[in-house]
Write a protein that binds this ligand. Structure first.
Ligand SMILES: Cc1cc2nc3c(=O)[nH]c(=O)nc-3n(C[C@H](O)[C@H](O)[C@H](O)COP(=O)(O)O)c2cc1C
Ligand code: SF4
Length: 705
């Protein structure tokens, strides 16, 4: 295929050592825990990586290969590299990747203080020296029910929550293990290995002055701290010879880590490692939990780590790999400007394995975008396999493969939110005759509101709308599915995606004029200003009929920066994810916000990885978050409460928003009982499913028809 000229550089062949790659896109290492606990390759993990190879990356990197399996694991499922018994499985994996036109590498890794699997089995992890294990940090912002969930991982508690310093004999043994692991990879036909010396794992704990406090030849100045890694490089080279591609992943900077690796030190380390014979440097970064995942390695700001790669490229003469929320357009610029030689992507190809092929074919609008929900990586924290909120098939490639329907059927879908649109997309791809009815005037359902409050969701909203419009789906807006319609259409299957019911708690005073509910706000964004002044009603009605673009999420976000019918001081009743995202939306519009939550938990629907950073961001933005409050009454002055300390007081507010909770809504499925051979409830109408559950429900329903 002729590559898209816009991305000439991205699709130019490249080399890492002797390894030739067809393009400059690397799938960055991802620890998925889709692997079996015994570390042997099976079909599930093979299919996961084969799908990414098929999607067009030049190189697939398997995450965290365990050189000392089963010791030092950071996830329950990691591929084993510690014994020759793993070689046949690795060979199978290499074949599967090669058949799909990509090259294959694996990370050589051993956990140190983050070796949670050691901890869960009652062992104190080994590290460069004796350091506390940061479990308390991880528990920050965790919900009451999540702590037992975390504790369930512990089959036995270690005697002390500190790491054990490796002895020199153990260091030598570990160095040998890295070498032996590389030999096995080479024997298995894997094209190269990446030494993992980043992200708080064992080797980076030697490199980082924040945790390496040793006083022997493995600790102290930079050269001494680099000694173990240099020995690993030597051992690996010794086993695989000079021509086998070997490179290293390092942290270009440790964000928010007191006394962490500095930019200057990272450059010096890169120079040392290049001098010791690695074929490339992959420049990542690290941030502690409190520093935030939002800085690194899973950075939130686009290209947050590019300048680190650029700085290192200036001081080494081997290729440099840049990573960190880099999309194709940014990747092309980075390559053209000579800031790096390769671009690594993780979340983009998790969300859409076909990302490179779609870019190459100029089909960018068909790319399913990552919504930055951090669910994928948070799974690691719970010791569970990766999933992706927007890509139901991630990690279930075989089970959820989209195959043509044996017999095309008439499928009626009620509701044009994420579950309904995903069901329509997949059913249409399978060849069914699909009708999608949405009772409102536009597609999107709850995803529209979610995209206004959080712009990261909007790409996915646009993607779904584009897909259902492109596919042969009969879209009927302003049409509600009713028993009469079903009688008339006689579908073979009805998929009900009509959304949940928002339940509003009974609070005295909730009918006052300055009180809005989550439902009112959603209606408002949809063009129905029921609970607002007459002139707002008229304006919104005009906008929704005559100028619907005014209600598009980016326009609403922009216009509400200038004005919106919400007072200066806002009390939000309820602290779920929607309420917390709304608080963020409002503080960005200069409102003074107080969240009133009756329990201890806030934003529980948010992945833990995102919650750590998001809640900190709300604290920094001076959002007042009151937990365990007893709500007494909404008055003209605000909300009367008894706070967590038992003090009765009024939280002053000009506007009170009752976020309310989402409950199931089975009214339509009850009304349609017996009216079609197959009736399936999906998304929030069955139970709270949010984006990831709705997408999976819609996808599965379409496969089951
Ligand atoms: C689910 C998931 C698992 C990851 N596991 C690893 C890993 O095993 N090894 C590693 O070096 N980085 C790992 N990362 C970090 C990625 O390699 C990458 O550096 C990071 O996600 C930033 O790239 P992105 O913005 O393209 O996602 C992981 C990322 C994700 C999303
Ligand atoms: S789970 Fe969320 S953050 Fe991870 S790749 Fe999917 S959409 Fe992106």
């Amino acid at each position: 295929m002729e590559a898209n000229p816009k991305y000439r550089k991205l699709f130019e062949p490249g080399r890492i050592g002797t390894m030739e790659l067809k393009n400059r896109i690397i799938e960055a290492g991802m620890g998925t825990s889709l692997e079996r606990e015994d570390g042997v390759v099976d079909d599930r993990i093979k299919n996961f990586y084969a799908e990414r190879a098929k999607g067009g990356v030049g190189l697939v990197t398997m995450g965290v290969g365990a050189i000392d399996h089963p010791n030092g694991k950071v996830l329950p499922g990691q591929l084993g590299l510690s014994d020759d018994k793993f070689i046949p499985g690795l060979k199978d994996m290499a074949d599967a990747i090669h058949k799909n036109g990509a090259k294959l590498a694996i990370q050589l890794q051993r956990g140190g203080k983050l070796a949670t699997e050691d901890l869960c089995h009652g062992c104190q992890p080994k590290s460069s020296c004796c350091t506390p294990i940061p479990l308390n940090d991880a528990m920050l912002d965790m919900g009451a029910m999540e702590i037992p969930r975390l504790m369930m991982r512990f089959q036995k508690m270690p005697t002390q929550m500190v790491t054990v310093e490796l002895t020199k004999d153990e260091i030598r043994d570990m160095v040998d293990k890295f070498g032996e692991a590389a030999r096995r990879c080479k024997e298995a036909g894997i094209d190269g290995v990446e030494i993992h010396a980043a992200h708080g794992y064992l080797l980076s704990e030697f490199l980082s002055p924040s945790c390496n406090k040793r006083t022997d030849e493995y600790g102290g100045d930079l050269k001494k701290r680099a000694r173990m890694v240099l020995e690993v490089i030597e051992a690996v080279r010794g086993k695989v010879g000079p021509d086998y591609p070997v490179w290293i992943r390092i942290d270009g900077y440790e964000f928010g880590v007191p006394n962490g690796i500095t930019v200057a030190e990272a450059k010096e380390l890169a120079r040392l490692f290049a001098g010791a014979g690695v074929d490339a440097i992959n420049v990542s970064g690290y941030g502690g939990i409190r520093g935030g995942f939002y800085d690194a390695p899973l950075c939130y700001p686009r290209g947050n780590l590019v300048s680190l790669a650029e700085g290192i490229k200036r001081v080494v003469n081997v290729p440099v790999i840049a990573v960190g929320r880099i999309d194709a357009a940014m990747g092309e610029k980075i390559l053209r400007r000579g800031k790096a030689d390769f671009i690594a992507m993780a979340r983009a190809v998790l969300a859409d394995p076909e990302y490179p092929n779609k870019v190459a074919a100029g089909r960018e609008e068909d790319i399913r975008p990552c919504i930055l929900c951090y669910h994928c990586v948070s799974q690691a924290f719970w010791g569970e396999p990766v999933f992706c909120s927007v890509n139901a098939a991630a990690g279930k490639e075989e089970e959820l493969n989209i195959t043509p329907a044996e017999k095309p059927k008439k499928v009626l879908i009620a509701g044009g939110g994420p579950a309904g649109m995903e069901a329509a997309r997949v059913a249409a791809l399978r060849g069914h005759k699909v009708t999608l009815c949405e009772k409102g005037r536009r597609l999107g359902g709850s995803l529209v509101f979610a995209s206004i409050a959080n712009a990261d969701n909007e790409g996915f909203l646009n993607y779904l709308i584009k897909q259902v419009k492109k596919l042969p789906v009969d879209i009927r807006l302003g049409v509600a599915v009713t028993p009469a319609l079903v009688d008339e259409m006689k579908p073979d299957a009805v998929i009900i995606a009509s959304g949940g019911a928002i339940s509003i708690p009974e609070i005295p005073g909730s009918n006052r004029h300055h009180v809005k509910t989550g439902k009112h706000l959603r209606q408002f964004m949809g063009g129905n200003a029921e609970k607002f002044d007459w002139w707002w009603k008229a304006m919104m009605s005009f906008a929704s009929r005559i100028m619907p673009f005014l209600l598009r999420p980016p326009v609403v976000r922009l216009l509400t920066r200038v004005w919106m019918p919400i007072g200066e001081r806002v009390a939000i009743i309820g602290g779920d994810m929607v309420a917390c995202e709304l608080a963020d939306f409002l503080v960005k519009r200069k409102r003074k916000v107080t969240i009133l939550e009756t329990s201890t938990d806030m934003a529980m629907e948010m992945s833990i990885g995102r919650r750590w950073s998001f809640m900190q961001h709300l604290r920094d933005a001076k959002v007042t978050m009151l937990r365990n409050v007893d709500l007494k009454e909404i008055t003209l002055q605000g909300v009367k409460i008894v706070d967590g300390e038992g003090q009765e007081r009024t939280v002053a507010a000009d506007t009170v928003i009752i976020a309310g909770g989402m409950g199931p809504n089975r009214a339509l499925s009850e009304a349609l009982k017996g009216k079609a051979p197959q009736i399936i409830d999906v998304g929030d109408c069955s139970k709270l499913r949010l984006i990831h559950g709705s997408v999976e429900d819609g996808y599965r329903a379409a496969l089951s028809v």
